[in-house]
Design a protein around this ligand. Sequence first.
Ligand code: G4P
Length: 526
Amino acid sequence: MSTLAQEVANRRTFAIISHPDAGKTTITEKVLLFGQALQKAGTVKGKKSGQHAKSDWMEMEKERGISVTTSVMQFPYGGRLVNLLDTPGHEDFSEDTYRTLTAVDSCLMVIDSAKGVEERTIKLMEVTRLRDTPILTFMNKLDRDTRDPIELMDEVEDVLSIACAPITWPIGMGKGFKGVYHLLRDEVVLYQSGQGHKIQEKRIIGGIDNPELDEVLGSLAGDLRDEIELVKGASHEFDLEAFLAGELTPVFFGTALGNFGVDHMLDGLVEWAPTPQPRATDVRTVSPTDEGFSGFVFKIQANMDPQHRDRIAFLRIVSGQYAQGMKARHVRIGKDVRFADALTFMAGDRSHAEQAFAGDIIGLHNHGTIQLGDTFTAGENMKFTGIPNFAPELFRRIRLKDPLKAKQLQKGLVQLSEEGAVQVFRPMKNNDLIVGAVGVLQFDVVVARLKSEYKVEAVYEPINVATARWVTSSDARKLDEFKRKANEFVALDGADQLAYIAPTMVNLQLAEERYPDVTFHKTREH
Ligand code: G4P
């Protein structure tokens, strides 16, 4: 095998999807602890302790104790090299969260076992479906009173339409949480509380019929044997092919806080999750082991480090390898550029990357020439597809404090929308400027950045828009008719694409029925 093929085979690139408070940050800490990237878990985020992740970049962010940054963490595990792309959550939830999911090859879904499937998880799962991304599941917080595990799996199957294959099964819960039974390894792993900050020495009992189990668990051992019989009969067996097709998810139980079960999940990840996958371009499908370098930009982050007032473009390498100082074709502008000082992201630290391979993420310094969705190649003129804008869900009208600065405002908004920070809509019927976002914090980010980078003071006003869809039609006449008749709700986005901005979901539904020749899209490709 060539070096490139070996490096590719060795890599796993994934992201975590979850509802706020399900435990994403805690799992990230433990995962990094296993990867030895952190000396002691607990430094990714300290909401209450006043510690902040190194990637925090804005004062505003510090005040709120949240991270706007999608950082990339690379660590070794089980002989593999794992890239974990952090997905902004909580108030910093944004389109970047969605788009990050287009740059990974698998996802870990974390569920709070007391709550089950929650709203944000449903939305994020919808996005993973665009590429049928394989999903692993971690049922978290077993050290608390949770819902019945069978009921939890049923809910995942019903609500998210994905089959569940339990890999581990919990023994008790809350104060009575004893550990898990690993169905594939046929062993019981016992839980010790109060060991969450370190890698535990595990006590393992081999074989479910082992009499040792009765000594340790007492009458629970018999119950466990009965329950496992039942679970085996009632659930799906793990099937690698179905997992890789995004149709079945291996399910692990544990507690992130207690650092128990996270390693089972990681073992599953490095064993089953796909290696860096091929990606489609407008010309051909690019394989990760193609020698020529190629990649696409899925996120642009401004002011990551207040000392460096630059922007970083996050590029997912699709094929070949990056070496410091190499040249690459910036396809959209048709120029060859030198990657002088790309960054890699080891557990939140910025460090210079000597080399990186397909599956890895590198950060490029961007002085305004790189846009979201841009493709870089070894010289080939092709463009990666499938890096979309997502229909925003929150809308506000933006208004200038100083009306003379209209030009700067427009310019700032268009640039910020090219970065993917927010989207801008200009209704056909008036001169409003409407800002759309998927997460509420983006509104504040935009005003802060307009002020600091474009010297424009702007404020928001509420506006009656519930949702937006991009509209297309194969019939130009029908589209014209639609523009005329639905004029009140038609707008152009920052890239001059036609959009429909609906005051209510019912209005959108009616419009879809009324104009069957027009297609309403939830995403727009760059
Ligand atoms: P998020 O990133 O998905 O939003 O969740 P995060 O990890 O911040 O976890 C949310 C809360 O749930 C935190 O408590 C965290 O300590 C707790 N938690 C995470 N995993 C477990 C678990 O396995 N068991 C229990 N019992 N709790 C868990 P917090 O008090 O809100 O915040 P913090 O100050 O402890 O960070």
